[in-house]
Design a protein around this ligand. Structure first.
Ligand code: C5P
Length: 234
């Protein structure tokens, strides 16, 4: 089954406090979108890349995508398809915009946050392997190191879940395409914050594979500084 990756890069990144959308902020001389695409293109499994960009940055996103492909991917034409589409008002709408350009050739779809710019190729491959082994939905996740409390509206603790059973979820999240498109179409719950959350409500079992520290989400300037420092240590 062919693998499409929908890279959502249409967020503003307000918490980063930059003068441009987060995916176009630079780290170690390259945009976060450029870093994401470099990792994705290094995964041999991927045959279709859809970048979901802010409407104001479609041309910029196309330039970043073309440059990444030129630099790294010997595949052309039939072998690697690319799209750049404008995003929506929230992440879910941006994912839906990306899904709208997929077709029956795309048996598997991975949804990835451009904000997880250094998620390594091996992580993409691990998710794809899980799908190829027969699961309809596969997500990467790491054990939780902090104790997590659930609180009510008055900040009173109502529950302390068993930490051993908790996972911090990352992207890329992978799905058999119809599983994800059906969940997007059917599930109306607005509180869902990731694609697996939609699929979970539609009843499909979701398999968890080990995540990767490099796949941390860049939210603040501290995150950017930390990952830039880690890159220097390589
Ligand atoms: O804001 P946050 O970092 O949680 O967003 C996660 C990912 O979703 C980012 O890569 C961001 O660009 C993307 N996003 C999007 N469209 C939106 C909001 C977020 O593509 N409207």
């Amino acid at each position: 089954m062919s693998v499409a990756v929908v890279v959502v890069a249409a967020g503003s990144g307000a918490r980063l406090g930059a003068d441009r959308p987060k995916a176009f902020v630079e780290m170690a001389g390259r945009t976060l979108l450029g870093w994401s695409l470099e990792q994705i293109l290094a995964s041999a499994a991927v045959t279709h890349i859809v970048v979901v960009a802010p409407a104001s940055h479609i041309v910029h996103a196309r330039d970043v995508l073309d440059a990444a492909v030129m630099q790294q991917q010997p595949l052309t034409g039939e072998q690697l398809r690319t799209h750049v589409v404008p995003g929506g008002a929230d992440r879910r709408a941006s994912v839906a915009a990306g899904l709208s350009v997929l077709d029956e050739r795309d048996g598997i779809v991975l949804v990835h946050d451009a904000a997880r710019a250094l998620a390594p190729p091996a992580l993409f491959d691990r998710v794809v392997d899980g799908l190829r082994s027969g699961f309809g939905a596969v997500i990467p996740a790491l054990p939780v190191v902090d104790t997590i409390k659930r609180v009510d509206a008055a900040e009173i603790v109502v529950e302390t879940p068993d930490r051993e059973q908790l996972r911090a979820v990352q992207t890329p999240q992978g799905f058999v395409r119809e599983v994800l498109t059906h969940a997007h179409d059917e599930v109306l719950d607005e509180a869902v914050t990731d694609d697996a959350g939609l699929v979970e409500r539609s009843g499909t079992p979701i398999h968890v594979v080990p995540g990767d520290a490099w796949a941390m989400k860049i939210t603040t300037q501290d995150d950017l500084g930390y990952l830039a420092w880690r890159l220097q240590q390589l």
